[in-house]
Design a protein. Structure first.
Length: 601
């Protein structure tokens, strides 16, 4: 449930801009560009040399691997950077639909490659094709845009060379990774991309062209609406919200923003590009298999960074964090850990199978085409990230048939001023969708949520909510799709809303008017040995608390008495004999209940 917080959160655009630009006004480097430059120093020429530095050897995985990727319910697109050597020999191709070799580095003066690394010889192509997985070549252009776009010969050289290289390896497409483009080159960028697509599709009918999009297009440089119909797939780089030069440590890929992060997050990025006109069936969310480690002022969140944030692969993070106290940030829905090195505090923020599962559910709820991964091989030695891909996207994987819908502040924060966005819940195969608002509070007549039956705001208007309206009715979308439009001005904010939705397979219980839990938080979560529940209630009450496994089977039930206000309940005895895994803790008062996922380490 949302924590009621009436403290106005002011977001100053200048501060947000500063957080994405360095002190010289230059656009910050993405992880793609940053790591391209970092690994260039080695000047290796063979995959074997990279294997030696990565200490890679092919593993005899216990995972049963197949060739069923064509049956995955969503596209799973992964980049394979050249510096990962032959790590592709250990990929589970049954859980991949597309692999892109990274990269053809463009010489902006000629259009020819400054380097294509091992594209001509890599066995990645054979491994992928033998497992029914498409292969593309990523083309990178990180600088020299004005020079390149102004030279028709250079542009044609690039197009001709890429087509020849794709044909030479008998592969399936190309991924365009054109970053840090000045806003003055927006028109030229669009013209080049569309020309590239048209010529590529003519030369290779059925070939696929994808393009990478920044998480935040600050200068509105990417005219994606004009690219629709030319580009086959758009990939949002859903990471870098905190980067190496951030002034504070924080989530690399926040699903929401909560009470103390900026109002830019993965959910907003998805909505932004959908609102710009990209059809959901052409849009993918790329997620990080890496995190960042900052030296910080303290262990508290948020904390100022006192040094550069160093990137860490999932493998490195996983190797390290077992020694530290892993924490869960409820505002961003991502894990982190804090530790001391000598006298200095550090914080490492990353994504794991639990935070990625929430993002994958968002992809399914928004009915996007699928996901991307930066980068394949960054989880070498661990199965958890493959397992969650299988859990969410293999045939027979559970469809998202119920969930929670909150304002952009997430379950723990206020909404923002000057918002205007559309959000759609469109689970695959839904008949009808019902939604119940457990809480709703906005600035009356200033900030309004409109609820529609249908995939656009042209659908039937089901409700108009502003202020603290009567929210006792269950709203039903007979089309199987719910759309929402939220508009706020700059008069102030409030706690927003917390709603539960479900398809007609489920019964939604209506909260009792006489009692309401304002929030329930488990900490730490995931948990090793000691677990507490923080319950904030409007009045004292006698409750029941139930612990179930992931399938809903009841394991433990016990009564619980709480007082009004904040309660901290020790639940350690309930979990003392549990094995590692996922569980649910359900707190009930009559017909009213709150269910919270718990992860036992």
């Amino acid at each position: 449930m949302k924590k009621i917080n009436y403290t106005t959160k002011f977001t100053i655009l200048a501060l947000l801009l500063f957080s994405y630009f360095n002190i010289n006004g230059q656009i910050i480097k993405s992880i793609h560009q940053e790591q391209t430059e970092d690994y260039r120093q080695y000047q290796f020429h063979s995959e074997k040399e990279w294997d030696e530095i990565n200490k890679f050897s092919k593993k005899n995985s216990t995972r049963i691997k197949g060739t069923q990727n064509s049956e995955l319910t969503k596209l799973v697109f992964g980049w394979n950077p050249y510096w990962m050597g032959t790590s592709y020999k250990d990929f589970d191709y049954s859980l991949l639909t597309d692999v892109s070799y990274f990269s053809y580095e463009v010489d902006a003066n000629t259009g020819y490659p400054s380097d294509i690394h091992n594209w001509l010889t890599t066995e990645l192509v054979d491994y992928a094709h033998n497992n029914d997985c498409r292969v593309s070549l990523t083309v990178t252009l990180f600088s020299g845009h004005e020079t390149f776009f102004a030279n028709s010969t250079s542009k044609q050289n690039l197009i001709d060379t890429v087509i020849a290289l794709v044909k030479y390896r008998n592969t399936d497409g190309v991924n365009l990774d054109i970053e840090a483009v000045p806003s003055t080159q927006s028109t030229q960028l669009t013209a080049f991309v569309n020309d590239f697509c048209d010529k590529f599709h003519t030369a290779l009918p059925g070939g696929q062209v994808s393009i990478d999009l920044p998480a935040v297009d600050w200068s509105n440089t990417f005219d994606v609406r004009s690219m629709v119909g030319h580009i086959d797939l758009f990939l949002i780089m859903g990471y870098g919200y905190h980067w190496s030069g951030s002034t504070e440590a924080g989530p690399v890929s926040p699903k929401n923003n909560g009470q103390h992060w900026s109002n830019i997050d993965v959910t907003r990025s998805i909505n932004y590009y959908l609102d710009k006109g990209i059809p959901p069936e052409n849009l993918l969310l790329a997620i990080p298999y890496y995190g960042r480690d900052w030296a910080t002022n303290s262990s508290s969140v948020p904390s100022s960074a006192t040094g550069t944030g160093e990137s860490r692969t999932y493998t490195k993070v996983k190797d390290d964090y077992s020694s530290y106290n892993r924490q869960w940030d409820i505002d961003a829905s991502v894990p982190y850990y804090a530790y001391q090195s000598g006298s200095k505090w550090h914080q490492c923020w990353f994504d794991d199978e639990y935070s990625l599962a929430e993002k994958y559910d968002l992809v399914k709820m928004k009915n996007l085409a699928g996901i991307g991964i930066w980068a394949l091989g960054y989880d070498a030695g661990y199965q958890q990230l493959w397992d969650v891909l299988a859990e969410k996207f293999k045939p027979g994987a559970a469809q998202i048939e119920k969930g929670v819908f909150t304002d952009m502040g997430g379950p723990n924060g206020n909404y923002y001023n000057n918002d205007d966005y559309v959000f759609t819940i469109a689970p695959q195969g839904a008949g009808k969708i019902k939604i119940i608002f457990d809480e709703f509070s906005t600035q009356a007549d200033h900030d309004t949520l409109y609820v529609y039956d249908g995939e656009t705001t042209d659908g039937n208007l089901l409700a108009t909510h502003t202020g603290t309206p009567d929210i006792s009715d269950t709203l039903t979308a007979n089309s199987g799709i719910l759309s929402f439009r939220f508009i706020s001005d700059n008069s102030g904010d409030s706690s927003g809303w917390y709603a539960r939705w479900a398809t007609d397979k489920y019964v939604l219980s209506i909260p009792q008017e006489s009692f309401s839990l304002l929030s329930v938080k488990l900490f730490p979560n995931p948990v090793k040995d000691i677990l507490f529940a923080e319950i904030n209630a409007e009045r004292g009450a006698d409750l029941n608390i139930k612990l179930t496994n992931i399938n809903g089977a009841l394991l433990i039930e016990q009564p619980l008495k709480i007082k009004s206000g904040n309660n901290q309940i020790n639940l350690t005895d309930m979990i003392s004999n549990l094995k590692s895994g996922n569980y649910f803790i359900r707190i009930l008062s009559g017909d009213y209940s709150i269910t919270t996922k718990m992860v036992k380490l």
